[in-house]
Design a protein around this ligand. Structure first.
Ligand code: HEC
Length: 478
């Protein structure tokens, strides 16, 4: 939990950022869709508090739990503080945001709503310093804290965020609060496995399907498992109508290389990758099992007729490409509709690939990596009939979730790929011209092990870090 414990020493920077954002919003609106100060007239005092105040004063009004009020223990003083701000001390003015009546309500709220038992800290929104990068400046806004390993992030139409914790918990994050969603199947939280990615059906509004990938224990031996995908509907905070969409084979007692990010494409196909499950010398180069592959299926789990191996005897028909080690990011180019994938190499040789039908991506026959202990498992990095990565990272960055920036909010990054680095704790930005990489940049250096990055509602970028687990939103300053 970051905000509550934060001293007000850093508040000046926060206020500056706030002023900048507010300033940007006022100058730019309404002629484009940059952040604007929303109409607050309809929302209640608690919602306004969470939106505008909780970042500095704590979700549960922690900072108002005090015996002495700086500017007087009465509603008038609080009203003045909120309306005109207390510039010297870092309290911004809200006279442009709220009506006098709202400010009065809020003054009363800050003075009465706090109670000792509310000291339990929840997630809050923090405005931090302005980050300058090559083509886009932004502010980091901490949205969720108190997580462990947030693997999957998905956004419901009402703005609630769903978060998959790898250990096997599904959360709904709404109005600053995490609530557990019940009804997940048995999940094998082992090694790199657990509850993995989340994705809404492209027609979620009509059919309500939520897809999730997870490490599924085998019925005969719960110590073994493989990656599986289910879909279900949400009924309040429970999963109902569960359907198994994909059940990977073979099961294995290994704890690593499960994949598995989910991505729908423009035609409605569901794409995902499964890792080699630690069986390097068998799985990736055969099309007879599901491991070490990128798969493409219909939304109900059935097989597209034109998948490349549907007519290959003994092959798993969901396979789209093979020769992969541990596919993590799986994402679609917003314009071309191509599927791009990032995968973990061993020691070195992490890859960014453009996925093409039926192709062999070479693992472990060709690789830029070596064994973790420094020995070699291959002498070659290229071979006829095997694909070259678009990028290979040596040393390994441990690429994780990735996304294309498909919104107009970050003009400097339009259609760039963002890729999380677990190992070096940053977000990598990759600029592409077709298959050619034209620029690479490290963002958010040192922020933490970046587990995932997604485009969220209204075109904002959300980045999830692990251990400690928290989620930030990047607010562009244009
Ligand atoms: C950027 C950080 C920040 C934001 C956002 C912010 N405040 Fe403050 N506020 C402060 C600081 C710093 C103080 C002075 C120290 C203190 O009272 O804790 C303060 C003081 C106050 C005080 C006076 C407290 C006293 O002791 O007299 C009130 C009332 C108040 N804020 C209400 C609000 C309300 C309501 C909101 C949301 C509409 C809000 N603040 C948003 C930073 C912030």
């Amino acid at each position: 939990m970051k905000t509550g414990k934060k001293s007000y020493g850093t508040i000046t920077i926060a206020v500056l950022s706030l002023a900048l954002i507010a300033g940007t919003a006022f100058i730019m609106s309404p002629c484009n869709d940059l952040p604007t100060i929303p109409d607050t007239r309809q929302s209640n005092v608690r919602d306004n508090y969470l939106n505008y105040c909780a970042g500095c004063h704590g979700e549960n009004l922690e900072k108002f739990n005090k015996s002495e009020w700086m500017y007087g223990d009465n509603d008038d003083a609080a009203f003045k503080s909120i309306k005109y701000g207390r510039e010297d001390i870092g309290m911004p003015a809200f006279e442009l945001t709220f009506t006098d009546e709202q400010i009065r309500d809020m003054a009363t709220y800050t003075r009465t709503a706090v109670s000792k038992d509310q000291l339990k800290q929840g997630a809050a929104i923090t405005l931090e310093k302005v980050v300058k990068s090559k083509k886009q400046n932004f502010v980091i806004d901490t949205v969720v804290t108190g997580l462990k390993v947030p693997w999957g992030m998905e956004f419901l139409p009402n703005g609630d965020m769903l978060i998959a914790e790898r250990e096997g918990i599904l959360y709904r994050f709404s109005k600053g609060k995490l609530t557990e969603i019940k009804g997940l199947p048995d999940i094998m939280a082992k090694g790199q496995g657990g509850l993995l990615d989340l994705r809404l059906h492209p027609d979620y509004g009509e059919n309500g399907w939520l897809y999730f990938s997870f490490s599924q224990p085998s019925e005969s031996n719960p110590r073994e498992g493989c990656t599986a995908i289910m879909r279900a509907r949400l009924s309040d905070n429970s999963l109902v109508d569960k359907e198994m969409i994909f059940d990977g084979v073979p099961d294995s007692n290994r704890g690593h290389h499960w994949g598995c990010k989910l991505q729908f494409d423009k035609q409605g196909y569901l794409w995902f990758g499964i890792g080699d499950r630690g069986n390097r010398d068998v799985n990736p180069q055969t099309v007879k099992n599901d491991c070490g592959k990128i798969h493409r299926i219909h939304d109900n789990g059935s097989i597209p007729e034109d998948n490349p191996f549907v007519n290959t005897r003994g092959a798993k028909p969901s396979i789209y490409s093979y020769g992969h080690r541990n596919p993590q990011g799986t994402t679609m180019h917003p314009e071309t509709g191509e599927i791009w994938e990032s995968e973990h190499g061993p020691k070195g040789g992490d890859e960014l690939n453009l996925i093409e039908a039926g192709k062999n991506y070479g693992w472990p026959v060709i690789s830029y990596g070596i064994n973790y202990n420094g020995t070699k498992f291959t002498d070659i990095t290229e071979k006829e009939g095997m694909e070259q990565p678009v990028i290979q990272w040596t040393p390994s960055i441990a690429p994780c979730g990735m996304t294309f920036v498909d919104s107009d909010r970050y003009p400097g990054w339009k259609n760039n790929i963002l890729i999380g680095s677990l190992r070096f704790k940053y977000l990598e930005r990759v600029e592409l011209d077709g298959r050619k990489v034209t620029d690479q940049e490290k963002l958010l250096e040192g922020i933490g092990r970046v587990r995932n990055v997604e485009m969220g509602p209204e075109g904002f970028i959300y980045v999830a870090m692990e251990q400690p687990g928290f989620i930030v939103k990047l607010l562009p300053l244009n």
